[in-house]
Design a protein around this ligand. Structure first.
Ligand SMILES: [Zn+2]
Length: 334
């Protein structure tokens, strides 16, 4: 069952997500409303390149619960324009409610063709900007923790905080990163990690530095599907036959905890039987399934079980940590 308190859900803060992603543009307001109704109070919506910064800015202007974040993600470093940095700087100066992110380093399969030295150079400029503006910065790091350590040693501490988003690094790095001001944010990706390793990582994280995030629409959790929410199908792209619709039918299942789904779209209500849903889930590649921001509750449940705390306690801790982190001068959270 989902966590309830005082007749409502436990308050949560989605410390990192991408609700501006074009893959969920067809239903984003609906997802946001659903997550707010579920109890999520704030969403740190991270831009990834010059192409989406204005969308993120508009979301921040439109939705009181959205904290906009602007940054150049390592996957998109090769596509940056010559003026990317001045654009980023002026956006952050013009939007005092904005944090920095998503930035980072990636030596994984996604970045094989992206020059690592350029990634380092782009990251350093953005970290420097976060330090100067005294805003928190969300960092993506895949297989590059040694290089990140070198950069932090060179740059010093980050009093406004670093969010180690979707943390997947070794337990041994946690204390070192924390010294520089890092918070550790756990997404659905963490549910793929072996339980013993995941517990070792969590044991190292100071309780005042732990956060929860969905990274939605990515990082669909590897947890009991009967407790997960599903993003509705994009009928528009299906009918045009564009995009990858291999899982379109699965996306049509907008989850309720018991999977006795009532999917209301275009005025119609569709019921999907539990056995049909189970059959779909069996054949599902979870990597390609879009993540719903309400799945942060399933994550709360999973991580509190690993930590041996109650959901209420972990909600209280992570919400307080995120409120503290995002309470920079000019933030909506203040
Ligand atoms: Zn992200």
């Amino acid at each position: 069952m989902q966590a309830m308190v005082g007749g409502g859900r436990l308050p949560l803060f989605d410390a990192h997500c991408h609700l501006q992603d074009p893959r969920i543009a067809h239903c984003m307001p609906h997802l946001l409303t659903a997550a707010v109704e579920a109890g999520v109070r704030w969403f740190a919506v991270n831009g990834t390149s010059e192409q989406d910064w204005d969308v993120v800015r508009k979301m921040g202007d439109t939705y009181p619960t959205v904290i906009p974040c602007f940054g150049l993600h390592p996957w998109y470093v090769a596509n940056r324009s010559p003026s990317w940095f001045s654009t980023l700087q002026s956006k952050l100066e013009a939007v005092p409610t904005a944090a920095v992110g998503e930035v980072g380093l990636d030596k994984g399969s996604h970045c094989q063709t992206i020059d690592f030295e350029t990634q380092v150079e782009v990251l350093k400029k953005q970290l420097q900007l976060a330090q100067t503006l005294q805003r928190p910065v969300a960092v993506h790091c895949v297989n590059a923790f040694g290089s990140l350590q070198d950069i932090l040693q060179e740059m010093g501490t980050f009093p406004a905080g670093i969010i180690m988003h979707s943390y997947s690094g070794p337990a041994e790095m946690v204390r070192m990163l924390a010294k520089y001001g890092a918070y550790f944010s756990f997404s659905g990706f963490f549910t793929s990690m072996k339980v013993e390793k995941a517990k070792q990582v969590l044991l190292q994280v100071p309780l005042d530095r732990i956060l929860l995030e969905t990274d939605a629409p990515d990082a669909f959790p590897r947890l009991d599907p009967s407790n997960l929410y599903w993003v509705p199908e994009d009928h528009a792209s299906s009918s045009k036959g564009s995009g990858d619709n291999s899982n379109a039918e699965d996306h049509a299942i907008e989850g309720l905890p018991n999977l006795n789904v009532q999917h209301n779209q275009a005025g119609g209500t569709e019921k999907i039987s539990k056995s049909k849903v189970k059959a779909k889930i069996k054949s599902l590649s979870r990597r390609s399934v879009l993540n719903h921001p309400s799945n942060i509750y399933a994550l709360l449940s999973y991580i509190s079980s690993l930590l041996g705390t109650s959901e209420e306690e972990l909600s209280h801790i992570t919400f307080g940590n995120a409120m503290h982190l995002y309470s920079f001068s000019g933030s909506k959270v203040v």
